[in-house]
Design a protein around this ligand. Sequence first.
Ligand SMILES: [Zn+2]
Length: 251
Amino acid sequence: MKYKPVKDRCCQNKECRDHRKFGEGNIIRHSMYKTRQGRRRRYLCKTCKKTFCSTKGTPYYRLHKSCSDFDEVVQMTVERVGISSISRIKCFSWNTIASWQNLACQVAGEFNDQNLKAPELIELQADEICTFAWTKKKPVWIFVAIEVWSRMWISKVVGSRNYRNIKTLLNQVIDSCRIVNPFIFTTDGFEPYSWAAKNLLGSICSYAQVIKKRRKNRVINVERRLIIGPSQRWDNFCLNQKIPPQSTPHS
Ligand SMILES: [Zn+2]
């Protein structure tokens, strides 16, 4: 019996020349098999003659639980439900939830790497937050950079608050974005940003610092300082954004 090729599957064998290529006509249905979650299909690659199950190459592979359980855990994670809470709600162990979250992160990262196209850099914002893992004696800093117009988180670095990590962050931005015209780059007043903007980005950006003064957890003043680049470009940007180019006292 001749089987029709399956279009929405691709070969999962890394050594096959049709590995992860869709629509080559090399995948056909092979057989069905039973799992605790129900019957699943096995496919055959005609190029390398290897078979693989329907969940191979997905986060559901060898999960020992249903796909919908995994989806629910990921959904709750996105909604900021903690691991312990998810563990109690789903009656799964804490370690299972933690490993599923790691798996989901890994798969989401791979998806981004394969499918996201480099955005054009128009306005870049970089910031860092301090967090604690296990002990308050060793704070961990998370540096992030977002391209404001596309809302894409371009790069992230985890580590100490130092020059090297800022440099890594900006190098990731340069590698993953298209720079067509000079862009606007804003950060807080952390000095290494200024150094990195000058040495790594130079004339391709207008760099400004936005420094917020707080009193009793409320922002009382926002100061904007242009550090690098022509003031005309910065003034135009502020005009378009309807923000004052210098400083704004908040009542
Ligand atoms: Zn193959």
